[in-house]
Design a protein around this ligand. Structure first.
Ligand code: Z5A
Length: 208
Protein backbone atom coordinates (compact mmCIF):
# COMPACT_ATOMS: atom_id res chain seq x y z
CA UNK A 1 0.00 0.00 0.00
CA UNK A 2 1.20 3.52 -0.82
CA UNK A 3 2.36 5.54 2.23
CA UNK A 4 -0.57 7.32 3.83
CA UNK A 5 -0.89 10.32 6.11
CA UNK A 6 -3.23 9.92 9.09
CA UNK A 7 -4.07 12.67 11.56
CA UNK A 8 -5.81 12.58 14.92
CA UNK A 9 -7.88 15.50 16.19
CA UNK A 10 -10.07 16.34 19.14
CA UNK A 11 -10.47 18.93 21.84
CA UNK A 12 -9.36 18.85 25.45
CA UNK A 13 -9.81 15.44 27.15
CA UNK A 14 -10.94 13.72 23.94
CA UNK A 15 -8.66 10.73 24.64
CA UNK A 16 -6.04 11.20 21.94
CA UNK A 17 -3.38 9.22 23.84
CA UNK A 18 -5.48 6.03 23.92
CA UNK A 19 -6.60 6.61 20.33
CA UNK A 20 -2.99 6.93 19.19
CA UNK A 21 -2.28 3.54 20.78
CA UNK A 22 -5.19 1.95 18.92
CA UNK A 23 -4.01 3.44 15.61
CA UNK A 24 -0.41 2.25 16.02
CA UNK A 25 -1.50 -1.23 17.16
CA UNK A 26 -3.65 -1.47 14.04
CA UNK A 27 -0.76 -0.44 11.78
CA UNK A 28 1.55 -2.90 13.57
CA UNK A 29 -1.03 -5.61 12.87
CA UNK A 30 -0.95 -4.71 9.18
CA UNK A 31 2.88 -4.84 9.16
CA UNK A 32 3.14 -1.22 8.04
CA UNK A 33 6.22 0.96 8.48
CA UNK A 34 5.25 4.30 10.03
CA UNK A 35 6.34 7.22 12.18
CA UNK A 36 4.28 8.98 14.84
CA UNK A 37 4.61 12.69 15.35
CA UNK A 38 2.69 15.62 16.82
CA UNK A 39 1.75 19.28 16.49
CA UNK A 40 2.64 21.79 17.57
CA UNK A 41 6.11 20.25 17.40
CA UNK A 42 7.33 17.04 15.81
CA UNK A 43 10.72 18.51 14.81
CA UNK A 44 13.42 20.14 16.99
CA UNK A 45 12.78 23.77 15.98
CA UNK A 46 9.02 23.22 15.96
CA UNK A 47 9.29 21.76 19.48
CA UNK A 48 10.95 25.03 20.63
CA UNK A 49 7.96 26.88 19.16
CA UNK A 50 5.65 24.46 21.01
CA UNK A 51 7.21 25.59 24.30
CA UNK A 52 6.59 29.24 23.39
CA UNK A 53 3.02 28.43 22.34
CA UNK A 54 2.05 26.46 25.42
CA UNK A 55 4.04 28.11 28.19
CA UNK A 56 4.31 31.83 27.36
CA UNK A 57 2.34 33.86 29.91
CA UNK A 58 0.43 35.63 27.17
CA UNK A 59 0.45 35.59 23.35
CA UNK A 60 -1.48 37.82 20.99
CA UNK A 61 -3.87 35.71 18.85
CA UNK A 62 -1.93 36.59 15.68
CA UNK A 63 1.38 35.57 17.25
CA UNK A 64 -0.21 32.27 18.26
CA UNK A 65 -1.55 31.77 14.74
CA UNK A 66 1.78 32.52 13.03
CA UNK A 67 3.78 30.35 15.43
CA UNK A 68 1.38 27.43 14.86
CA UNK A 69 1.89 27.70 11.11
CA UNK A 70 5.63 28.41 11.36
CA UNK A 71 6.09 25.26 13.45
CA UNK A 72 3.85 23.34 10.99
CA UNK A 73 6.02 24.46 8.08
CA UNK A 74 9.17 23.07 9.72
CA UNK A 75 7.29 19.86 10.53
CA UNK A 76 5.92 19.37 7.01
CA UNK A 77 9.17 20.19 5.23
CA UNK A 78 11.59 18.33 7.49
CA UNK A 79 9.56 15.37 8.79
CA UNK A 80 6.23 14.63 7.09
CA UNK A 81 7.16 15.01 3.41
CA UNK A 82 10.48 13.12 3.70
CA UNK A 83 8.82 10.23 5.58
CA UNK A 84 6.01 9.90 3.03
CA UNK A 85 8.54 10.11 0.18
CA UNK A 86 10.50 7.27 1.79
CA UNK A 87 7.37 5.13 1.86
CA UNK A 88 6.61 5.47 5.56
CA UNK A 89 3.12 6.17 6.82
CA UNK A 90 2.83 9.22 9.04
CA UNK A 91 0.49 9.44 12.04
CA UNK A 92 0.29 12.95 13.46
CA UNK A 93 -1.35 13.84 16.77
CA UNK A 94 -3.05 17.04 15.47
CA UNK A 95 -2.47 18.89 12.20
CA UNK A 96 -4.02 21.76 10.26
CA UNK A 97 -7.64 21.03 11.28
CA UNK A 98 -6.58 22.02 14.81
CA UNK A 99 -5.76 25.51 13.53
CA UNK A 100 -9.19 25.83 11.94
CA UNK A 101 -10.72 24.71 15.25
CA UNK A 102 -8.57 26.55 17.84
CA UNK A 103 -7.33 29.64 15.99
CA UNK A 104 -10.45 29.84 13.78
CA UNK A 105 -13.26 28.76 16.12
CA UNK A 106 -11.54 29.60 19.40
CA UNK A 107 -9.74 32.86 18.57
CA UNK A 108 -11.92 34.09 15.70
CA UNK A 109 -9.31 34.10 12.91
CA UNK A 110 -11.13 34.16 9.54
CA UNK A 111 -11.17 31.19 7.17
CA UNK A 112 -9.54 33.11 4.33
CA UNK A 113 -6.43 33.80 6.42
CA UNK A 114 -6.31 30.21 7.64
CA UNK A 115 -6.69 28.86 4.10
CA UNK A 116 -3.92 31.15 2.85
CA UNK A 117 -1.53 29.89 5.55
CA UNK A 118 -2.63 26.31 4.90
CA UNK A 119 -1.79 26.64 1.19
CA UNK A 120 1.59 28.16 2.04
CA UNK A 121 2.68 25.51 4.57
CA UNK A 122 0.69 22.33 3.91
CA UNK A 123 0.08 22.61 0.18
CA UNK A 124 -0.69 19.20 -1.25
CA UNK A 125 0.53 17.39 1.87
CA UNK A 126 -3.03 16.86 3.05
CA UNK A 127 -3.96 13.96 5.31
CA UNK A 128 -5.57 10.92 3.65
CA UNK A 129 -7.54 10.13 6.80
CA UNK A 130 -8.39 12.20 9.86
CA UNK A 131 -9.92 10.65 12.96
CA UNK A 132 -11.79 13.35 14.83
CA UNK A 133 -12.58 12.42 18.43
CA UNK A 134 -15.75 14.35 19.13
CA UNK A 135 -16.25 14.88 22.86
CA UNK A 136 -18.58 17.37 24.51
CA UNK A 137 -16.60 20.06 26.33
CA UNK A 138 -18.22 19.11 29.66
CA UNK A 139 -17.06 15.48 29.39
CA UNK A 140 -13.63 16.42 28.01
CA UNK A 141 -12.91 19.06 30.65
CA UNK A 142 -14.02 16.69 33.42
CA UNK A 143 -11.56 14.05 32.15
CA UNK A 144 -8.76 16.59 31.87
CA UNK A 145 -9.48 18.09 35.30
CA UNK A 146 -7.07 15.70 37.00
CA UNK A 147 -4.03 16.99 35.12
CA UNK A 148 -1.41 18.35 37.51
CA UNK A 149 -0.45 21.42 35.47
CA UNK A 150 -2.51 23.08 32.74
CA UNK A 151 -0.83 24.81 29.80
CA UNK A 152 -1.84 28.27 28.51
CA UNK A 153 -4.54 26.96 26.13
CA UNK A 154 -5.95 24.39 28.55
CA UNK A 155 -6.70 27.23 31.00
CA UNK A 156 -9.41 28.64 28.67
CA UNK A 157 -13.10 28.60 29.69
CA UNK A 158 -16.02 26.39 28.58
CA UNK A 159 -17.21 28.78 25.81
CA UNK A 160 -13.79 28.53 24.12
CA UNK A 161 -14.04 24.72 23.98
CA UNK A 162 -17.64 24.90 22.75
CA UNK A 163 -16.47 27.08 19.84
CA UNK A 164 -13.71 24.57 19.10
CA UNK A 165 -16.10 21.63 19.03
CA UNK A 166 -18.41 23.51 16.70
CA UNK A 167 -15.53 24.46 14.34
CA UNK A 168 -14.30 20.84 14.25
CA UNK A 169 -17.83 19.63 13.49
CA UNK A 170 -18.13 22.16 10.62
CA UNK A 171 -14.82 21.01 9.24
CA UNK A 172 -15.92 17.34 9.43
CA UNK A 173 -19.14 18.21 7.58
CA UNK A 174 -17.15 19.99 4.88
CA UNK A 175 -14.61 17.15 4.43
CA UNK A 176 -16.74 14.01 4.83
CA UNK A 177 -14.46 11.70 2.84
CA UNK A 178 -11.34 12.55 4.81
CA UNK A 179 -12.57 13.35 8.32
CA UNK A 180 -14.25 10.50 10.18
CA UNK A 181 -15.99 11.44 13.39
CA UNK A 182 -15.59 9.15 16.38
CA UNK A 183 -18.03 9.49 19.28
CA UNK A 184 -15.46 10.09 22.02
CA UNK A 185 -18.04 10.47 24.81
CA UNK A 186 -18.16 6.68 24.91
CA UNK A 187 -15.89 4.49 27.05
CA UNK A 188 -12.28 3.71 26.06
CA UNK A 189 -13.12 0.25 24.60
CA UNK A 190 -16.02 1.54 22.48
CA UNK A 191 -13.86 4.40 21.17
CA UNK A 192 -11.13 1.90 20.27
CA UNK A 193 -13.54 -0.30 18.35
CA UNK A 194 -14.92 2.69 16.38
CA UNK A 195 -11.34 3.62 15.42
CA UNK A 196 -10.51 0.05 14.35
CA UNK A 197 -13.67 -0.04 12.23
CA UNK A 198 -12.82 3.24 10.45
CA UNK A 199 -9.24 2.12 9.83
CA UNK A 200 -10.30 -1.25 8.44
CA UNK A 201 -12.68 0.47 6.04
CA UNK A 202 -9.95 2.92 5.01
CA UNK A 203 -7.59 0.01 4.30
CA UNK A 204 -10.18 -1.82 2.21
CA UNK A 205 -10.87 1.33 0.18
CA UNK A 206 -7.17 2.12 -0.38
CA UNK A 207 -5.59 -1.32 -0.78
CA UNK A 208 -3.66 -1.43 -4.03
N1 Z5A B 1 -3.24 23.68 19.11
C1 Z5A B 1 -3.76 24.80 18.48
O1 Z5A B 1 -4.32 25.68 19.14
N2 Z5A B 1 -3.66 24.91 17.12
C2 Z5A B 1 -3.03 23.99 16.36
O2 Z5A B 1 -2.94 24.16 15.13
C3 Z5A B 1 -2.49 22.84 17.02
C4 Z5A B 1 -2.62 22.72 18.39
C5 Z5A B 1 -1.79 21.79 16.21
C6 Z5A B 1 -1.51 21.25 22.59
O3 Z5A B 1 -2.00 20.13 21.89
C7 Z5A B 1 -2.40 22.44 22.38
O4 Z5A B 1 -2.15 23.04 21.11
C8 Z5A B 1 -3.87 22.07 22.39
C9 Z5A B 1 -4.40 22.59 21.07
C10 Z5A B 1 -3.37 23.55 20.58
N3 Z5A B 1 -4.47 22.79 23.48
N4 Z5A B 1 -5.43 22.47 24.14
N5 Z5A B 1 -6.29 22.29 24.83
P1 Z5A B 1 -1.79 18.67 22.45
O5 Z5A B 1 -2.51 17.78 21.50
O6 Z5A B 1 -0.35 18.42 22.66
O7 Z5A B 1 -2.44 18.66 23.91
P2 Z5A B 1 -3.89 18.32 24.44
O8 Z5A B 1 -4.99 18.88 23.63
O9 Z5A B 1 -3.88 18.78 25.84
O10 Z5A B 1 -4.06 16.76 24.24
P3 Z5A B 1 -3.59 15.51 25.10
O11 Z5A B 1 -3.44 15.82 26.53
O12 Z5A B 1 -2.40 14.91 24.44
O13 Z5A B 1 -4.76 14.49 24.84
P4 Z5A B 1 -6.26 14.49 25.35
O14 Z5A B 1 -7.07 13.86 24.32
O15 Z5A B 1 -6.70 15.86 25.80
O16 Z5A B 1 -6.20 13.67 26.67
P5 Z5A B 1 -5.77 12.16 27.06
O17 Z5A B 1 -4.56 12.25 27.96
O18 Z5A B 1 -5.70 11.26 25.93
O19 Z5A B 1 -7.03 11.79 27.96
C11 Z5A B 1 -7.38 12.57 29.10
C12 Z5A B 1 -7.84 11.65 30.27
O20 Z5A B 1 -9.08 11.04 29.93
C13 Z5A B 1 -6.88 10.52 30.61
O21 Z5A B 1 -6.87 10.36 31.99
C14 Z5A B 1 -7.51 9.32 29.92
O22 Z5A B 1 -7.20 8.10 30.58
C15 Z5A B 1 -8.98 9.63 30.06
N6 Z5A B 1 -9.80 9.06 28.94
C16 Z5A B 1 -9.43 9.02 27.64
N7 Z5A B 1 -10.42 8.47 26.90
C17 Z5A B 1 -11.42 8.17 27.75
C18 Z5A B 1 -12.72 7.58 27.58
N8 Z5A B 1 -13.17 7.22 26.37
N9 Z5A B 1 -13.50 7.44 28.68
C19 Z5A B 1 -13.05 7.85 29.88
N10 Z5A B 1 -11.83 8.39 30.12
C20 Z5A B 1 -11.03 8.56 29.06
Amino acid sequence: MKARFITLEGSEGAGKSSAMKTITETLDGWGISYITTREPGGEPTAEKMRDLLLYSDHLDAHTELLLMFASRNEHVVKVIRPALAAGQWVVSDRFVDASFAYQGGGRGVDNETLSFLERMTVGDTQPDLTLYLDVTPEVGLERAANRSEKDRIEKEQLAFFEAIQSAYQDRARNHPHRIKTIDANQGIDQVASQIKHVMQKFKEEHDE
